[in-house]
Ligand binder design. Structure first.
Ligand code: NAD
Length: 254
């Protein structure tokens, strides 16, 4: 264990079988939390929970599709059954909507699925989490938004609309919940080296172009986003309410 910043705390992370969510789950465990690894991918969620357990921390895997309100209720029930409480929730599960392309490439099915998972999924998760956070006497929620919560990208209408929605939802929930001792914030990653970005980065020329367009000169790492999520959930961020923390290597400055 690195330190006991989250000793005695129970953290739930959605989309924790891969990428940013997995890095966040591992980081919470390293710092003393018991971690519920939520994902639609059962095998990968179990693998993440097993590697946490192998490090000596406590973790359970939980299969849930965050676009299903009943599944979100069940993931919180599983958390409380396993560990007795919920202190921290990271609503991170998300899907891509393709990159580039024409506005009319957004089919009805793609629009509905991206809004269902990336926006409604955050709402259903928070709605299920809040009673447990209140029962614990307060806590912290961090939603994974995106640089696409603040600026648009070409050919990404459904994704940009969903992530702008997450930004608004984060601020509205922060206002509603701060009186209950629950701080709600969001991280807004730029391009991060995960499975979501893999189709884009598979082409070496495109990868070089992407890196070249980022003032920091490279895409980010999942652990760099996890570190910010842990900060927002820690007592050091006790006055951060409804913030959208940009972690994009400077891409939105230009
Ligand atoms: N990688 C980037 O460049 C980037 C940039 C900005 C924001 N984000 C956001 O970060 C979050 C994590 O993405 P990532 O880059 O780590 O991608 P990833 O594909 O590595 O991980 C996403 C995880 O979410 C899970 N998931 C997908 N749909 C789900 C559902 N309905 N219910 C539960 N789990 C589900 C997947 O199985 C996967 O394990 C997403 O919300 C994404 O939009 C990523």
């Amino acid at each position: 264990m690195d330190s006991g910043r989250f000793e005695g705390k129970v953290a739930l992370v959605t989309g924790a079988a891969s990428g940013i969510g997995r890095a966040t789950a591992l980081a919470f465990a390293r710092e003393g939390a018991r971690v519920v690894v939520v994902d639609v991918n059962a095998a990968a969620a179990q693998e993440t929970a097993d590697s946490i357990a192998a490090s000596g921390a406590k973790s359970v895997a939980c299969v849930a599709d965050v676009s299903d309100p009943a599944a979100c209720e069940a993931m919180v029930a599983r958390t409380v059954a396993a560990f007795g409480r919920l202190d921290i929730a990271v609503n991170n599960a998300g899907i891509p909507a393709g990159f580039g392309g024409d506005f009319l490439d957004t089919s009805a099915d793609l629009w509905r699925r991206v809004i269902d998972v990336n926006l409604s999924g955050v709402f259903w998760a928070m709605r299920a989490e809040v009673p447990a956070l209140k029962a614990a006497g307060g806590g912290a929620i961090v939603n994974t938004a995106s640089v696409a919560s603040l600026v648009a990208g070409k050919g990404m209408a459904s994704y940009v609309a969903a992530k702008h929605g997450v930004a608004g939802l984060t601020k509205a929930a922060a206002l509603d919940l701060i009186g209950h001792g629950i701080r709600v914030n969001a991280v807004c990653p730029g391009a991060i080296d995960t499975a979501m970005l893999a189709p884009l980065m598979a082409d070496a020329n495109v990868a070089a172009q992407v890196a070249g367009s980022i003032p920091a000169g490279r895409v980010g790492r999942p652990d760099e986003i996890a570190a910010a999520i842990l900060f927002l959930c820690s007592p050091a961020a006790s006055y951060a309410v409804g913030q959208l923390m940009l972690l994009d290597g400077g891409v939105s400055l230009a």
